[in-house]
Design a protein around this ligand. Sequence first.
Ligand code: NAG
Length: 151
Amino acid sequence: MRFFLASALIALASAAPSKRSGSIIEPASGTTVSSGTSIQYSYVDQNWCEEGYTPITIWLSESAPTAVNSTGQLSPGTYIEYYGQYLINNFGLPVMQPVPPASLTIPDISAYGAGSSLFLTTVETALFGTCPGGVSQPAQYRFTSVSLTVA
Ligand SMILES: *[C@@H]1O[C@H](CO)[C@@H](O)[C@H](O)[C@H]1NC(C)=O
């Protein structure tokens, strides 16, 4: 029960991009996309729990997410593409696979009209028990999005 409440609070706290989320450096907000094009991707993690490796996931959706589900993912039916989970190495540690991709391929977005917006989101995870003093702290999730413009 306590875990459930904490998760619910985290989901609520994540409704607006917080200071504690990392930053999507690329693509820039408003980048033009069409089916099959490749866009540059770069994310700088916040690593608020000072982990050696920060797990992130990358998503494309029609509207900007306002919450993640209890496992830190976008709920089924709320996203267009899931680009997978990756690991960012912190503190100069050796890279661990899979590292975040340098580019992402836009799937078939022919259902979306020219000028409409899509959203690229990165969810950053702090694993169970990794926050300072947080022996049994549940996993924490923070996310941030940039808008993309359909060509
Ligand atoms: C969370 O979202 C993922 C991906 O959409 C889904 O597979 C999973 O079942 C969801 N979990 C819950 C608890 O709803």
